[in-house]
Design a binder for this molecule. Structure first.
Ligand code: NG6
Ligand code: CA
Length: 497
């Protein structure tokens, strides 16, 4: 009898030793529009980023990791809900006054609520772009629902993007530094406010590099940069573009300090390297790739500061999981003539993948993804096919959180891949693009893109021999193409739009 218990105890001990214990700090660091080849971590051409490089050297570099979409809102929606964005209507690129699209507390889990259940203090800091309120938002009142209703104990966010109004921070559901005597009004209906200055009425106010190259960015001028959407009031609350990185990084440093060693989950989203690119003076001219390279250095600086803050607050490296990634593929010129086109003329930000932001080719969704967790994750590279979509299930399982039935339906537990014990990852993955055709299917080394419109051609690529998606094999391999088409149709049948 006693012998049996000794054996059981030994087995339990072995089991415990094999199980990975949750980290005390989790930093999910999401850069904006940063391409696979934009830092030196994945190749030789990018901007030297000492902190990203440190993660790459000491962590696991994923070479086939994806966002679900090649633009921001749907990709972040998937990362936080564990669901493909096409299952939910209204998950395209949102205007700055859109309603919150995340499920609120009682409806379905989010990465935030899951981490709260696991005992973490949670924060969302930086770019949000997932909507706020429930429509007809009044920026002069407490906003509800806010990130707190989707699982974030603390939030310090930009409502949408740097190029969309309102150009203010929203801290815990309230506009920061708002003067009630100068109320904020925002609209995306093309209505100009009395006295409002736009790129059309006051082009002389634009910073020289910030002249819009497209009409969409020609609305209200704030800080010398014309934006998408109209805004009036809120003068004291307006951000300064060159300080955004410092402001959000400082908010994150304060959050880390407040957590004082307790379990923390920080969803930190940089505004870099999205447009408008306006680096702080200390990064200006410091990179080999012009303004776009300078904001890449700025992004790296934010990462380094957060790594330092975690360490100084007492989170040991072996208790700290850092995931570094980007919300979608790269773009050089995206609405402002900021000189990036010239400075990056020889730079291939998504190399070796084809396409970039907005695209259905690999460059649209194959993003940098580095997992760093010293002692648990052995440094190296991992070719496993994984997706940001998998984070909710992976982290929930890692932390032993029970999830309601039918929740996180597209999210897979990829912990074994995350820690480098599995090199295959997902069997298949649906990716989506802003541009039509809307979906593609990844299955092993195969990539299938359905025909779009009547005269379009379906496409089939073997990424192991043709990473650049140049040789369409669909005519030669009709059976494989048809099999993948059926699988894609089966997977997307429940598409809402
Ligand atoms: C597009 C804007 C682009 C950027 C993007 C959102 C044009 C032509 N394009 O509509 O500048 O703001 O929306 O980027 O104006 S994302 O990374 O947040 O998805
Ligand atoms: Ca983006």
């Amino acid at each position: 009898m006693a012998f049996k218990y000794i054996i059981l105890a030994l087995l339990a001990g072995l089991n415990l030793a094999a199980a990975v214990q949750p980290p005390r700090a989790i930093l999910l660091f999401v850069a904006d529009d940063l391409g696979y080849n934009d830092t030196t971590a994945y190749g030789g051409e990018g901007v030297p980023c000492p902190n990203v490089q440190r993660l790459a050297d000491q962590g696991l570099l994923f070479t086939d990791a994806h966002s679900t979409n090649s633009v921001c809102t749907p990709s972040r929606y998937s990362m936080l809900t564990g669901q493909y964005a096409w299952r939910q209507k209204g998950t395209g690129i949102l205007p700055g006054d859109a309603a919150l699209i995340l499920p609120t507390r009682d409806k379905a889990p989010t990465l935030g609520t899951l981490m709260q259940q696991a005992g973490y203090r949670t924060a969302a800091i930086g770019k949000w772009h997932l909507g706020l309120g429930s429509g007809n938002i009044d920026w002069n009142q407490p906003i509800s629902p806010a990130p707190a209703d989707a699982g974030f104990d603390y939030s310090f966010i930009m409502a949408a993007t740097g190029d969309r109004v309102p150009c203010v921070y929203v801290e815990n559901g309230q506009v920061l530094n708002l003067d009630p005597a100068d109320p904020i009004h925002v609209n995306y209906q093309g209505k100009t406010y009395p006295g409002e200055k736009t790129a059309t009425t006051h082009p002389e106010l634009l910073k020289p590099w910030g002249r819009p190259s497209n009409k969409q960015h020609a609305d209200t001028i704030i800080d010398g940069i014309s934006r998408i959407g109209h805004m009036s009031g809120g003068t004291a609350a307006l951000w300064k573009d060159q300080d955004i990185a410092d402001d959000i990084t400082a908010a994150a440093e304060r959050f880390i300090a407040r957590c004082a060693g307790k379990p923390l989950f920080l969803y930190f989203c940089t505004n870099d390297i999205h447009v408008p690119r306006y680096p702080h003076a200390r990064f200006r001219g410091k990179s080999p790739l012009g303004i776009r390279g300078d904001v890449t250095l700025q992004m790296d600086d934010s990462l380094g500061r957060l790594m330092t803050a975690l360490k100084q607050t007492g989170y040991k490296p072996e208790e700290t999981l850092i995931i570094f990634t980007s919300d979608n593929g790269p773009v050089i010129s995206d609405g402002y003539e900021d000189g990036a086109r010239e400075a990056c003329s020889a730079h291939r930000p998504a190399h070796p993948w084809r396409g970039g932001k907005y695209s259905l080719f690999e460059g649209g969704t194959r993003i940098p993804f580095i997992a760093y967790w010293p002692g648990i994750i052995t440094p190296g590279t991992n070719p496993a096919l994984i997706c940001q979509l998998d984070l909710p299930r992976t982290l929930a399982d890692l932390c032993g959180v029970e999830t309601p039935e039918n929740s996180l339906r597209d999210s897979e537990n990829q912990l074994q891949a995350l820690i480098g014990k599995d090199t295959r990852g997902r069997t298949d993955l649906v990716t989506q693009a802003f541009e039509a055709p809307r979906y593609a299917l990844r299955s092993g080394q195969w990539k299938y893109i359905p025909a779009f419109r009547k005269h379009g051609k379906e496409q089939l690529y073997n990424l192991s021999t043709d990473p650049g998606e140049n040789h369409n094999l669909a005519p030669e391999q009709p059976e494989r193409a048809s099999q993948l088409r059926k699988r894609l149709e089966q997977l997307t049948r429940e598409s809402a739009h």
